[in-house]
Design a protein around this ligand. Sequence first.
Ligand code: DGJ
Length: 749
Amino acid sequence: MIQFIEKQQLFHLTTPQSSYVMAVADGEWLGHLYYGPKLADTTGMEKAFRLNEFPFSPAVNERDKVRFTQLFPFEYSFFGMGDYREPCLSVENEYGMNGVELTYRSFEIIPGKVIPEGLPHTRGDEACCDTLDLLMADDVLGLDVHLLYTVYQDLDVIVKSVKVVNRSDAPVTLKRVLSGQLNQEPEECEVLTLHGSWGRERTITRQPLMTGSVSAESLRGVSSAEDSPFLAILSPGTTQTMGEVWGMSLIYSGNFLAKAQIDQAGRLRCVMGIHPEGFSWPMVPGDTFQSPEVALVYSGEGLGKMTRTYHDLYRSHLIEKRWLTQDRPVLVNNWEATMMNFDTDVLIGFAKAAKEAGLDMLVMDDGWFGHRDDDTSSLGDWFVDERKLKGGLKKLTDAVNEMGMKFGIWVEPEMVNEDSELFRAHPDWRFQLPDRKPGALRQQYVLDLTREEVWEGVYSQIHDTLASANIAYVKWDMNRYLSDVGSMVREPGCQGQILHQYVLAVYRMQERLLKDFPDLLLENCSSGGARFDAGMLFYSPQIWTSDDTDAIERLSIQEGTALVFPVSTMGAHVSVCPNLQTGRDVPFNTRAKVAMAGTFGYEMDVRNMDPEEKAMIPEQVALFRKVHPVVREGDYYRIASFRENHHSDCWMVVTKDRSLAYMTYVQVLAAANRPGVPVRMQGLDPDAAYEVICDYKGAMAAHNGEMSMGPEASHHLGRFNGDTLMKHGIIVPRVRGDYQALMYEIKKV
Ligand code: DGJ
């Protein structure tokens, strides 16, 4: 709900359990007052501005204005007029002078959602949300700034964005337009970010913030493996179930800045949006600029509640609706098994073996086009390599379809190799700076998709490929970061737009692809999980989480990813051991249980497998089909973290009606003389009775080399009260051997 309390000139935004309060001070300054547990009433809150005390207000006290601007908790901050903290908005006038001052003008409450054109966004009609449009302005520059707040009725979420309009008759240049700000006055706090690298994406990092600032950022052109566009502020000691959490998640896939800063008065300001480095946006009179959205979540019940709120928001209001209830195909992907060394016969062999094992889809990865035998060539040439796929794509897909299997294909539309027909015909289509040789990465270069002819040239090839055969799924890869970003066909002064326009061009291409092929399942990927963000989820309901398929390393990667992103979006496959990245051997059973935490598939040579492991696939697929609807639509609870405790990992998924749950427990390291430990479940109905079944014997069998995981191996633990399972817990047995996984089914009776 959105309320304006005229007497106080105060806005009170309420969600089921949170309040967000801001007010207009002295008739012009929009300040932030509160974001936290829901307030019954806001009477007197505006006094928190303390306009009669230090830092004073220029109008009330006739004191120095800069004493005010350097301390006032601006709702949306601006640079150049004496606020020395990290600003959201920075504007240059036509003479290159930098200064903007926003004062409050008016507001409008709009039922439903305001859609930011060209950008991924949360969705919602009048029945589920309202949007507050606060008009701020700078009359000297002739700039209007709309602060947009969408408030969801059933979720503790506020989605913010900013729209800037140049209503003057002079040009201005936006040097930064961040999407939103979060202000708090904490006594102490911690900052949580998702940090990493290739193969170690989104590792949870927590650090106290007492002075100075902590930031997460990307200058790589994509959201990146190194930092994720997410930041949370935690009250000290916050756990999964206790403590206060304020989350900020940016719905954007390019360069970003997320920064938490403590000011001289001990107040916290967090900002998030497009990274200002390399960004510069000229606006002629009449121009409009729309920022990406940032989703704010408040939880008074620890990190777990924040996680479930983001999962609900992104599953129900961001990802295309059909994917909430539609089954995802269990696939086999040939990448780790064959790399680029395959042909039609190999793939038909994969499809046959996969069909026998009960899988749904064959995905042909990198290497099917141009004359690509390694990564030195052919990106940009999206036509079949007849040396490998004799008779073409249709012949292969028809053969796979005839077996009753779907077919999926890998593409990397944003790239070009120098050794390609595309590059020979259009050497100027890649990003490059005049008089400089652009730097290669993985032997490839980024195409300037901001140019219409490049965009059309690439899209038409991808379109024609997909139209030529029955393709159910596309894995859209992006295997290098941007560098040498420049475009010779642009007017001077517009180069600072390219990085953002590139992201918009990628969005537009994915949108068009889905419009032209409405049944397509799109999975995004970027050297593993380097573009796993809420922006890409708007187009693809699943994203390849990491090239590190080692099940033990995946525990932390998937824990960090699932902190914000729905588990149903995490691409996860069973791969061969010793693992390609780590050399580690993990039981087949454990590899499958870990992959079942997300979307499921196999990334190995299913034709030539250990027969015992191969025999386990149908049972694993059957188990996945049981677990998947709960993964997809239920609530996710993080029970234990190997990253923190150094011995085990555990998570649960629970149906919304709390009638069925699955708990996965991975004993990472065995220990001598350690008795079984109680593991407290979460999310169950405390008043209901549950039957609990565990495949404990299966885990023991796996250890003994029998590898059987069938129903005969499961162990009926009996009936327990939900309250008991949550307060006392279930005794998880000591399992012999490292890397053992147990799965519990918890069913209401
Ligand atoms: C990176 C992806 O993450 C892999 O899964 C694979 O598709 C390769 N690219 C292919 O080049």
